[in-house]
Design a binder for this molecule. Structure first.
Ligand SMILES: Cc1cc2nc3c(=O)[nH]c(=O)nc-3n(C[C@H](O)[C@H](O)[C@H](O)COP(=O)(O)O)c2cc1C
Length: 348
């Protein structure tokens, strides 16, 4: 079965991508994912905060008038070396690239514009086949009175981060989007027009929980469930239907547990289907289960290749996304009413 795929202009042996997770934070982990058959690996993210610390430290070293970083470490015993994250990341990237023959995509995590984005060129030099921008910002902070950053400012910042990275690298750049824009379609188009080579839908955010027994806030970052795939899949279908206006590759992430979930995303129009939770839950070898299941499904349905199935259930251009969604919404509500009896809890 022909599973070959193109993503961000890169040829992949298949459309299954291991998305950023702790499984890709060692070269060995990346090798295990490649051995299990994935088409590409996204490394876990390098954080803006780490890069800012490194920039501040380098500035301090320059001020101290030293050329040699290794020597200068001794001048700053309290701070230098406290965050070796960026260099460790570059070293991991180099070793991962050398260890596998599939594309290794580096991931930058940040939320502000600033000099840290220039670090992307170091990732390119270290062998990243592409860069994924994991723009992580829940606009939940801000100057008094609090979380009221204007939506336009948030969106503009995201476009500027992309532009800043595109300005310093030649490798393709993908943006991992949030589902929390007022108009995901418009934002996707803006990023596409600003040069995004790929759009990855959607990022999953840390959502703290409250424990009423211990009266504490707990960090919430559980693994996903397949039901969460519905929102990203709907948007993949809508954006895939906007081709050729949307030129960027479409990467699907969230809720892939079994081969049918991979098939669903491909039918919606995803160029690649990413998975993290399922690989964490079942181990990297689960990639083989997903791929064998995908090949089996394609054969059973009479498709000769992934390309034959891709986008068959995208929202056809000209249908009108709102009409399509609203029609589906009304239909689903009617079905729910038939199944459960009329909703009497209040107006919908
Ligand atoms: C433990 C864990 C760590 C993650 N770390 C990162 C990260 O460093 N960068 C990133 O962009 N996404 C990260 N993710 C998000 C995943 O790459 C993925 O987009 C998300 O979990 C949805 O996919 P899934 O349903 O297959 O898990 C992480 C997810 C998990 C579960």
């Amino acid at each position: 079965m022909d599973l070959c795929t193109r993503y961000l202009g890169l040829p992949l042996r298949n459309p299954l991508v291991a998305s950023a997770s702790p499984l890709s934070n060692t070269a060995d982990g990346v090798r295990r994912l490649a051995d299990a058959g994935v088409g590409a690996v996204v490394l876990f993210s390098l954080f803006e905060e780490q890069l800012r610390q490194e920039a501040a430290r380098n500035a301090a070293l320059a001020d101290a008038g030293t050329e040699s970083f290794a020597e200068s470490l001794s001048y700053f015993p309290g701070t230098a070396g406290a965050d070796p994250g960026p260099r460790r990341y570059l070293s991991l990237l180099e070793r991962a690239v050398a260890a596998v023959d599939i594309p290794v995509i580096a991931s930058l995590n940040g939320s502000t514009t600033g000099g840290w984005t220039g670090y992307a060129s170091a990732l390119e030099q270290a062998g990243a086949a592409a860069i994924e921008l994991n723009i992580y910002q829940v606009p939940g902070d801000g100057p008094p009175p609090g979380p009221v950053v204007p939506g336009h400012d948030v969106e503009q910042r995201h476009v500027e981060i992309l532009a800043a990275v595109k300005a310093v690298v030649r490798v393709p750049v993908a943006v991992k989007l949030s589902p929390f824009y007022s108009s995901v379609g418009e934002m996707a188009l803006r990023l596409d027009q600003a040069g995004a080579d790929g759009l990855v839908l959607f990022n999953r955010f840390l959502q703290p929980d409250i424990d009423p027994e211990t009266l504490t806030v707990t960090a919430g970052f559980g693994l996903s469930s397949p039901a969460e795939a519905r929102l990203p899949r709907t948007w993949i279908a809508l954006l895939a239907g906007m081709r050729p206006v949307v030129r960027a590759s479409l990467g699907a992430t969230t809720g892939v547990e079994d081969p049918a979930d991979v098939a669903r995303y491909l039918l919606a129009g995803a160029d690649v289907v990413m998975t993290a939770s399922a690989l964490l839950r079942h181990g990297p070898g689960h990639a083989r289960v997903l791929l064998d299941g995908l090949a089996g499904w394609l054969a059973r349905k009479g498709f000769a290749s992934v390309a034959d199935a891709r986008g068959l259930l995208s929202v056809p251009a000209g249908t009108g996304g709102a009409t399509h969604e609203r029609a589906a919404y009304v239909e689903a509500l009617q079905a729910a009413n038939r199944g459960h009896g009329p909703w009497s809890g209040g107006p919908w």
